[in-house]
Every structure is written in structure tokens, then in C-alpha cells.
Design a protein around this ligand. Structure first.
Ligand code: GLP
Length: 261
């Protein structure tokens, strides 16, 4: 099953995952990262940027693929995920925009955008490490409940709960797009290492369902149980509903230091 790591703060989570990403780039200069947006991965990007400032690393061959994008927002819209990735990842990590791809949510080319994105990921050699958050609906990327575990990058309709959760980023709740283009659960499962982060009490139910619940399309997060290498990094609040928490703590406390995550 997934390795569960409970940390004391978001900052500690960020440092743990950033250390692993740095180790990966040091061993594979053309590392391919899968990049989540939302608030959850921000401590990872901040810790990675701090690590690069303190100890510069050649990242010129690193590539990245964002998980998802809204449909119909212009790329330059302040809340498009292209803008968010540029602000939170490309700038702070010292990358160039052409190193990172984001699914294209332009309505005019939407029909073929998913297949094109899948081909680009494949051409890059696949994703080495996929950073994930989880929605209160249990979504990974924007794979809302009911998403096939075999799904590829495609257009989805956002659940009302997800639109409400993301309304804080928009002037009016009705400004949140109804559709998105997201890597599928099949796409995510092809990444070689999944790192799922979650913070706060509002994520506890979705995390318990993902880690310990039945494997079901009704809980997209449970797709992680079908993957051989998953690390779930949680704060105490997000971990609170895990039945096996004491056991997970024991496993982590006794893990050989050389193993990494
Ligand atoms: C977002 C994204 C997901 C993210 C999730 C949780 O809207 N599409 O990739 O993991 O919903 O968001 P947050 O990290 O802000 O809680």
C-alpha cells in the first residue's frame, strides 16, 4: 500500500518532497515532473525554490506537465492554471515556459487536446514523479467521482462542490468554469511515483477513503491503491480519520534512512 508520512507542518511536507525531487533531478537531469495546482503543493514548490537558491542545480533539462486546466479561460487569465504554473513553478524554480506543458483548455482545439497531451507525456518518456493534491470530492486532478481508473486526458464537468471550493479564486462564484481538461486516472497511474499531499481537517474524509476505503470510481483518490509506489504526506488533521494511523507511524519511524520516499 501507499507509504503514509505524517508531518508536523506544511513546511515540513514541502521540504520532504522537495528533497526527493532534488535527489531525482541530481540522478536524472531530464526528470519529468507532474505538477498539481491548488494551494496544497505550494510548500513543495517554495521548498524546492529555496533549495535551488541555497545550492544551485542545473534544471535546464527538467520537463513538467500540469495535471489540469480550466476550459474556456484565456491562458493569460489570472486563474488559468497556465498562469498559476508560471507564477508558482516556472518563475520560482528558474525554468523557461517551454519546459512545462499545461493541457490546452481552448474551446477551438479541445477535441484533440487530450490525445495531444497524452502523446507529449509519452514523448517525454513518461512522468517520473507526479505531485497530487486531493479535492473534498476525492478528486485527483479534476477526476471527479465516477471517473474511470483507465481514463486519459480529457474534458470533464466539475462537480458543484469543486466549483464552490475554487470560487475563492474568482470574483464571483459563477465565474468558475464548469468544464476542465484533466489528466485521467490512467494517466496519473502511469507516472512512476505518486506523491499525494493533503493538509487540514476538510481533507481527512477524502484521504481515509483514498488510502483505506474500497477501490471504487466513486472515490477517485482510491486509484492510488492500484499503484506500486505512492507516498502520502499529511498533516495531523488530514491524517485524523485513518484507522491504521499508529501502524503507519511505526512503519515510517522504522524506515531505513537510505530508502528515501
Ligand atoms: C484543485 C485542482 C486539483 C487539486 C485540488 C485540491 O482544484 N484541480 O489538482 O489537487 O483541487 O485543491 P487544493 O490543493 O487547493 O485544496
Amino acid at each position: 500500500m501507499a507509504e503514509i508520512v505524517v508531518v508536523e507542518s506544511k513546511q515540513a511536507a514541502g521540504e520532504l518532497v522537495a528533497t526527493e525531487i532534488r535527489r531525482l533531478i541530481e540522478s536524472k537531469a531530464d526528470t519529468v515532473l507532474g505538477l498539481a495546482t491548488g494551494s496544497t503543493p505550494l510548500p513543495v514548490y517554495a521548498a524546492l525554490a529555496a533549495s535551488f537558491r541555497a545550492n544551485p542545480l542545473d534544471v535546464s533539462r527538467v520537463r513538467g506537465f500540469a495535471l489540469d486546466e480550466y476550459v474556456g479561460l484565456p491562458a493569460e487569465h489570472p486563474e488559468s492554471y497556465r498562469t498559476v504554473i508560471t507564477r508558482d513553478v516556472i518563475g520560482p524554480l528558474g525554468l523557461t515556459p517551454n519546459q512545462i506543458q499545461v493541457p490546452n483548455g481552448d474551446v477551438a482545439t479541445l477535441e484533440h487536446a487530450g490525445a495531444k497531451y497524452e502523446r507529449a507525456i509519452e514523448a517525454a518518456g513518461g512522468i517520473d514523479l507526479q505531485i497530487l493534491g486531493i479535492g473534498r470530492t476525492g478528486h485527483l486532478g479534476f477526476n471527479e467521482p465516477g471517473s474511470s481508473f483507465a481514463s486519459c486526458t480529457r474534458v470533464k464537468t466539475l462537480a458543484p462542490k469543486s466549483r464552490a471550493d475554487n470560487a475563492r479564486f474568482f470574483a464571483l462564484p459563477e465565474d468558475v468554469p464548469r468544464h476542465c481538461i484533466t489528466q485521467g486516472l490512467g494517466t496519473i497511474r502511469r507516472a512512476r511515483h505518486l506523491v499525494l499531499l493533503a493538509f487540514g481537517v476538510e481533507k481527512a474524509t477524502a484521504i481515509a477513503a483514498a488510502v483505506e476505503g474500497p477501490v471504487t470510481a466513486s472515490q477517485p483518490g482510491s486509484a492510488i491503491q492500484l499503484h506500486a509506489h505512492v507516498t502520502v504526506v499529511l498533516d495531523e488533521e488530514a491524517a485524523a480519520q485513518l484507522a491504521g494511523l499508529d501502524y503507519y507511524r511505526y512503519i515510517w519511524a522504522n524506515k531505513p534512512a537510505w530508502q528515501g520516499i
